[in-house]
Design a protein around this ligand. Structure first.
Ligand code: ADP
Ligand code: MG
Length: 634
């Protein structure tokens, strides 16, 4: 071995230490995946080199045939993986193999409980990667050199996977990376040609790069691999270029783990070759679950872009709208130029038409999943439903299609699960119903018994119950579906259209007339608190309710805007009362104006509470109520 200089010992970033710990303790039943991860990295490194060599062909000097070599030494108990890809400089090694750059990692790690069972599912949200080497090794040596740098700028990284690692500068004759795993005792089985070959076939057959192992020897030399002779053990062709019929599900799944940097299987995929005016192949995946950083602005998103099978860039986010940012996969174009850049992508009209087509592919794939595998769709909805809800605002053209993919909780289903599609809802509406009714609020429990629902319950009409933060905003874009308008049941002067018979309407008008006097007295008593007072026809059991003005902001939107530091104009509610309720009858009969005022305020505050609002002056409410209680018991 050559001389090591500038040797230093550095500590792992805290998050790396935690990840290492988690990995070693949670992946013990699936150890062999370490090889998949290291091969995936070597393949990425080859892609990157090929791309950089488009502009600087000299980077390929000393070997243009990119490959991965896998060898082992039974006596030394080592497995060695060597690639001739882009390689790493000393700085690269320190940055990539000592820290995790993903934003939000520290927050994510705070979720660790220390309970291995509970924590182990977290790794799926995080993905594994290079550090998985420590599942089987108690020491890992990495020797690397960045393509285009002199042999003297090689680097040796070494760690036992505990608190720190060492780096030193070395001479390295070839560019690329060699990783030597010193197997833990008990893991010697991996220093075996047959075993390694099987793992490669199982997880990495789809890798486009040849993965070579020493040619099998027979007889006396069997356990001493002849270093000179290598044979390719994987298929070594880009998976997406193969015809759909020839690719097995397992191959699609393993390929996903490579491109998606994920650890679990995808839920669905769509593989398509487009020919004609534009020529490209796409392979799009719906992940099995949301990554921990789904809501981080800087979280990686977008597809892997290839041009004529040459890797161009990761995270090309110009091919799909933001509300589909969770989709992973590959797009390989024949029309784009090999020196395409992000700037060009943003302007190229070819990209626009690809984006339109790919968006449709994804929506079709989701539609198919919902139809054919509803249980899987439930999982999808749990992970990504909130993101999909951004769709109607972002993608007007596909609004109806996106709407049909949404799922809601509703009064039809006590469980509160978001499981009702708009098609389900419409299949249950009465002939005379020409609206889709919904109510928004903070939690299902809080609104499932809202007084706003009373008349709907009485008439047997289903109401969608929307409790996600984004819902009110969503509904400002989702105005209708299948020709039926959405109506917020807490808003404005509820018009049940044909659901109220002419007699109902006549009766309502008569009551309103009869109660004009009470309306005026209440206006006087509540004064500035309300925008309007009127007789309600939404109520059957409750005495009173607060409705939101037709144009006013709802509670959720208000909270979102306030949280973002904006001043929101105060909107006064509409006070509606139920003329049949005994309390209202009592109120109407109350001659003492003071007592009338007290009781009116109690009813107003109660209505605010039932609507899920907080009271402006809770102490005043309690004082009034207690006064009343004392009088009652006197
Ligand atoms: P990911 O592959 O998701 O980026 P990993 O933990 O697998 O995460 O790898 C971390 C980083 O280390 C890679 O992004 C890459 O920059 C670098 N790296 C790992 N292996 C190699 C390799 N064989 N050649 C070049 N760089 C590598
Ligand atoms: Mg990786």
């Amino acid at each position: 071995m050559s001389v090591e200089t500038q040797k230093e010992t550095l500590g792992f970033q805290t998050e790396v230490k935690q990840l290492l710990h988690l990995m070693i303790h949670s992946l013990y039943s699936n150890k062999e995946i370490f090889l998949r991860e290291l091969i995936s990295n070597a393949s990425d490194a080859a892609d990157k080199l090929r791309f950089e060599a488009l502009a600087r062909p000299e980077l390929l000097e000393g070997g243009a045939e990119l490959r991965i070599r896998l060898s082992f030494d039974k006596d030394a108990k080592t497995v060695t993986l060597e690639d001739n890809g882009i390689g790493m400089s000393r700085e690269d090694v320190i940055a990539h193999l000592g820290t995790i750059a993903k934003s939000g990692t520290a927050d994510f790690m705070k979720n660790l409980t220390g309970d291995q069972k509970k924590d182990s599912h977290l790794i799926g949200q995080f993905g594994v990667g290079f550090y998985s080497a420590f599942i089987v090794a108690d020491k890992v040596d990495v020797y690397s050199r960045r393509a285009g740098t002199p042999a003297s700028e090689g680097v040796h990284w070494s760690s036992k996977g505990e608190g720190d690692f060492e780096v030193a500068t070395i001479d390295k004759a070839e560019r690329g990376t060699r990783i030597v795993l010193h197997l833990k005792s008990g893991e010697e089985e991996f220093a075996d040609g047959w075993r390694l070959r099987n793992i490669v076939k199982k997880y990495s057959d789809h890798i486009a790069l040849p993965i070579e192992l020493p040619k099998e020897q027979h007889g006396e030399e069997a356990d001493k691999p002849a270093e000179a002779e290598w044979e390719t053990v994987n298929r070594a062709s880009a998976l997406w270029t193969r015809p759909r019929t020839e690719v097995k599900d397992e191959e699609y799944q393993e390929f996903y783990k490579h491109v998606g940097h994920d650890f679990e299987n995808p839920l669905a995929w769509s593989h398509n070759k487009v020919e004609g005016k534009l020529e490209y192949t796409s392979l799009l995946y719906v992940p099995g679950r949301a990554p921990f950083d789904l809501y981080h602005r800087e979280a990686p998103k977008g597809l892997k872009l290839y041009v004529q099978r040459v890797f161009i860039m990761d995270q090309a986010d110009e091919f799909l709208p933001l509300y589909l940012r969770f989709i992973k996969g590959v797009v390989d174009s024949n029309d784009l130029s090999l020196n395409v850049s992000r700037e060009i992508l943003q302007k190229d009209p070819v990209i626009d038409s690809m984006k339109t087509a790919l968006t449709k592919r994804v929506l079709d794939m989701l539609e198919k999943l919902a139809k054919n595998e509803p249980e899987k769709y439930v999982g999808f909805w749990k992970s990504f439903g909130q993101v999909l809800k951004e769709g109607p605002a972002e993608d007007f053209a596909n609004k109806e299609k996106i709407a049909s993919l949404l799922r809601f909780a509703s009064t039809h289903d006590e469980s509160g699960e978001q499981s009702v599609s708009l098609a389900d809802y419409l299949s249950r509406v009465k002939d005379s119903q020409d609206k889709i009714y919904y109510l928004t609020g903070e939690t299902f429990a809080q609104i499932k018994n809202s007084p706003h629902l009373e008349v709907f319950r009485k008439k047997g009409i289903e109401v969608l119950l929307l409790t996600d933060r984004i819902d009110e905003w969503l509904m400002s874009y989702l105005t209708d579906f299948d020709g039926k308008q959405f109506v917020d049941v807490a808003r404005g002067d509820l018009d049940l259209g044909k659901l109220d018979s002419d007699e109902d309407k006549k009766a309502q008008e008569e009551v309103a007339k009869a109660k004009e006097g009470l309306v005026e007295r209440l206006k006087g008593a509540l004064g500035e608190e309300v925008a309007e007072v009127r007789v309600s026809h939404r109520l059957t059991d409750s005495p009173a309710i607060l409705a939101i003005g037709e144009q006013d902001l709802g509670l959720q939107m208000r909270q979102i805007l306030e949280a973002s530091g904006q001043k929101v104009p105060d909107a006064k509610p509409i006070f509606e009362f139920n003329p049949q309720h005994p309390l209202i009858e009592k109120l109407d009969a109350e001659a003492d104006e003071d007592r009338f005022g007290e009781l009116s305020h109690i009813l107003f505050d109660q209505a605010a509470l039932a609507a899920g609002n907080s009271l402006k002056d809770p102490a005043a409410y309690v004082r009034r109520l207690n006064k009343l209680l004392v009088e009652l018991s006197a």
